[in-house]
Ligand binder design. Sequence first.
Ligand code: PGA
Length: 256
Amino acid sequence: MSNHKKIIVANWKMNPRTSSEALKIFEEIKPIALRAKKVQTVICPSFLYLESLRKKFRGNKIALGAQDLFWEKGTGAFTGEISAEQLIASGASYVILGHSERRALGETNEIINKKVSTALKAGLKVLLCIGEENRDREGKHLEFVARELLESLAKIQRRFFQNLTLAYEPVWAISSKEEGPDNPEDAQKISIFLRKVFVEIAGPDLALSTPIIYGGSADPENTPQFLAAGFAGLLVGRESLIPKHFNEILQAADAI
Ligand code: PGA
């Protein structure tokens, strides 16, 4: 997998306040993202900013992604929802699904499963977030992440997994001031476990080639450590809104 580009994802969450601020952040990131040869940059802004960002570059060195979608196809009477097709028409090629901040609002594995299925069938690349709230000595967190993975991907045909990236994000490490990021070796052990579980439904070939990225307080300093530990990339929240820091992450990833 080392020949593949590192996938560095910016998850802007419900930031920034205006589209001109979003454009400003984007313009500061763009030159570095376009120059990075070994990195696929994916910017996931608010739905509202997708189209205006799409107009600011050509080619696929930078990809745009959404932070959620609705599971119904196309168009219809679903007030407040956004479909995969609408996202694609607005310039998105990726979508983050199953983020812990959405799970905290009530999203279950069953709901995430419907969304993943719809997104993959529509041709979007899915960044599926998996992660435990706590880690315990008895290893219950392993059962928990295995269930998240299996239930989120239930009944989806194998061939669609080609467009899947798993994002291992221990919930306690997300934007965490107290605990900070996970230890890269511990995170890597869990990602190996997840890959083993994934073999059960994807078969060995697809399971081995599916990228697993890390998220949870990733920053310029720990980027080389997580990538050296074998992660295929990073899902970056807080630091992705600070262009200087996000650029340093891109450069560190490009240097590996
Ligand atoms: P963080 O967020 O980098 O601020 O921890 C990561 C995420 O929520 O995806």
